[in-house]
Design a protein around this ligand. Structure first.
Ligand SMILES: Cc1ncc(COP(=O)(O)O)c(C=O)c1O
Length: 393
């Protein structure tokens, strides 16, 4: 799972460097005090280079990244944005915050946006699609991208879980017009809180950079307090200590993802032959972040039995099957905008997604995995899958 497991001397050295060079914690200005120390700028440049993207903008969270990306497109009231029914609330919150209408499409066996249902959800008002790489597995981007092109829609990737993954050798977050990342504490790299946006288009980048900074255009011809502006915005600026931690974490990203892939292989090797287990579908040529190992079992009862049996051995699951309340749009009755967009009720919305999610189990994958964990998990699942009568609560 996470960058937090590898936080150490390198992150501390980067933070110390900020203080050693003057302690300026704001990303802009104070040039005379900072001995040329600009960690957020450096982090943006390093992240863009690592991902092979022309522009990157650091922000305060993955949620902010989505909100700023939407602001860069000018999407607002009257516009519809389609995303998927299995995601974190943040994806839909950002659409609502932009004043647009959130529409959720079904997921398919990849547990990401179902291209066929996406196409069915498109109306005359649809402006953008946010495809999410849930739990580190790429969405079916070639199909989704083709649909967006055909209907002239802006594709944004929510790569909160996708940092370090790729599809057809293209890093996740670089397929869409924009790709957003989260560096919260549970992600493959972390700055505590934080996020990043990658852009293909310079105009999107410039609009986003101004909007996330109260409309400041950071015009080099004038001091900041006389800065030019073309529109208002908000404040989603990343601060220097986060930039410093991000630089050290970025250098470890590849190692984190490789360790997770190796550990996930070991977990899968231990359980793949258990009766009734079907692995999550993965698009061709995907390189996953391997944040989680997701598989399906026969039904909801079996999935819940798997979870109970794992918990009894001190092993938790990750989001599935327990947390569909937080990660499944079918339960988000607290979002009136979403309820309205789906005909006034979510109870019967997304039957295909509900069916997939209810019988899925997701195991967290760690960088530092205890040697005995694969066998512990095997024993727990074997019991749940083969002794249903005794284990049914
Ligand atoms: C799919 C998805 N999008 C966006 C976010 C929001 O990121 P943050 O916690 O940095 O605001 C998350 C957080 O877990 C997420 O899972």
């Amino acid at each position: 799972m996470p960058g937090f497991e590898v936080i150490g001397a390198e992150e501390q050295a980067e933070v110390n460097d900020v203080f050693a060079r003057g302690g300026v914690l704001f990303r802009h200005g104070f040039d005379a005090l900072r001995n040329n120390c600009y960690k957020v700028r450096e982090f943006e440049a390093a992240f863009a280079a690592a991902m092979g993207a022309p522009h990157a903008l650091a922000v305060t969270s993955g949620t902010a990244a989505l909100r700023v990306a939407l602001a860069a497109t000018g999407i607002g009231p009257g516009d519809e944005v389609i995303t998927q029914s299995f995601t974190f609330v943040a994806t839909v919150e950002a659409i609502i915050e932009a004043g647009a209408t959130p529409v959720c499409a079904e997921i398919d066996a990849t547990f990401n946006l179902d291209p066929e249902d996406l196409e069915r959800c498109i109306t005359k008002r649809t402006r953008a699609v946010i495809a999410v790489h849930m739990l580190g597995t790429p969405a079916r981007l070639p199909e989704i991208q083709a649909i967006c092109r055909r209907h002239n829609l802006i594709l944004i990737e929510d790569a909160a879980w996708g940092c370090g993954g790729s599809l057809a050798n293209r890093p996740l977050g670089t397929w869409g017009e924009m790709g957003t990342f989260s560096f919260d504490f549970a992600k493959t790299m972390t700055t505590g809180e934080g996020g990043m946006i990658l852009f293909k288009d310079k105009a999107h980048y410039q609009r986003a950079a101004a909007w996330h900074d109260h409309g400041h255009e950071n015009n080099p011809a004038v001091p900041r307090w006389e800065d030019t502006r073309s529109g208002s915005g908000f404040n989603y600026r990343m601060m220097e200590l986060q930039g410093a931690v991000g630089l050290a974490q970025l250098r470890k990203l590849l190692g984190v993802v490789e360790a997770q892939r190796a550990n996930r292989e070991r977990l899968w090797a231990a359980i793949h032959d258990l009766p009734g287990i079907t692995p999550r579908a993965v698009p061709d040529s995907a390189k996953e972040t391997a944040d989680a190992l997701v598989f399906s079992v026969q039904d909801r009862e079996t999935a819940l039995r798997c979870r109970a049996s794992l918990l009894a051995r001190g092993v938790s699951t990750k989001i599935l099957p327990e947390a569909t309340t937080w990660h499944f749009a079918g339960t988000w009755t607290h979002m009136p905008e979403l309820v309205k967009a789906h005909g006034g009720s979510l109870s019967d919305a997304f039957p295909q997604s509900r069916q997939l999610l209810e019988r899925a189990v997701s195991l967290p994958v760690m960088v530092n995995m205890p040697e005995t964990l694969p066998l512990t998990i095997r024993a727990a699942l074997l019991e749940a899958l083969t002794e249903p009568a005794r284990k049914t609560p």
